[in-house]
Design a protein around this ligand. Structure first.
Ligand SMILES: O=C(O)CCC(=O)C(=O)O
Ligand SMILES: [Fe+2]
Length: 229
């Protein structure tokens, strides 16, 4: 995490609501995380997406204690992202502010009854997809999250692109495909973000999802900063 240029990333997030971090994890770490999927004792729950009309595929929410790499990622990425989150709150005229450390923020989630960890591993096979959605789990919402692709496109799977859709006021929706390679991360807006307009900032709603996996198997790690009720 030390090599991440947070300043540049903050600028990209302000401009686009999404930023890529190339090679955040090396291939060995990706493989280790991918293999954890079968280790059912590490997870608090499993979701079969088609049962809830979330798409097709499945995911598992990690239980406490989180894997070291996930815990470290949450702690290291939170402070620079909280600066963006606070600037967005100011721009949107919202009064809440995010505390400087993730431990402080988790205390706030706990006080709101959001005590269950939200980092997750997702597994998709051929024909699977993830419908456009927002990862909201209670009143406490940290407005940025991270996804890391654990499989290699072209080698492990085809299709399965991460997409973001922006709904701007009185305009038609706009889609962005974020091309990731194994180990790359995307940082993106969870539910809304400010966009500078002629008369101050306006609010843009964001949703994300994954297009159909055409073949092979695709794993991803999702790191969400608020916990769940
Ligand atoms: O599989 C993906 O790339 C997206 C997963 C997702 O929806 C998330 O991490 O919140
Ligand atoms: Fe998601």
């Amino acid at each position: 995490m030390n090599r991440v240029d947070w300043r540049a990333l903050q600028g990209e997030l302000d401009a686009d609501g999404v930023a890529r971090i190339p090679a955040l994890l090396d291939a060995a770490s990706c493989e280790t995380l991918r293999r954890l999927y079968a280790d059912t004792g590490r997870f608090r729950s499993r979701v079969i997406m088609q049962r809830h009309h979330y798409g097709r595929g499945e995911y598992r929410y990690f239980d406490d204690p989180l894997p070291d790499v996930v815990q470290a990622l949450r702690e290291a990425a939170y402070p620079p992202l909280a600066m963006v989150a606070n600037a967005w709150a100011v721009a949107l005229g919202e009064s809440h502010r995010y505390p400087p450390t993730h431990a402080d923020y988790i205390e706030r989630c706990r006080a709101a009854g959001q005590t269950r960890p939200t980092p997750l591993l997702l597994r998709y096979g051929a024909g699977d997809y993830n419908c456009l959605h927002q990862d909201l789990y209670g009143e406490q919402v940290f407005p940025l999250q991270i996804v890391i692709l654990l499989s290699e496109p072209g080698r492990d799977f085809e299709g399965g692109e991460f997409v973001l859709v922006e709904q701007r006021p009185r305009m038609q929706s706009r889609v962005r495909v974020v091309r990731l390679q194994q180990g790359d991360a995307a940082v993106f807006a969870v539910n809304r973000r400010p966009v500078a307009g002629a008369r101050g900032a306006y609010r843009v709603a964001m949703r994300h999802g994954v297009s159909r996996i055409e073949s092979g198997e695709r794993f991803a790690l999702g790191v969400i900063f608020h916990d769940a009720a």
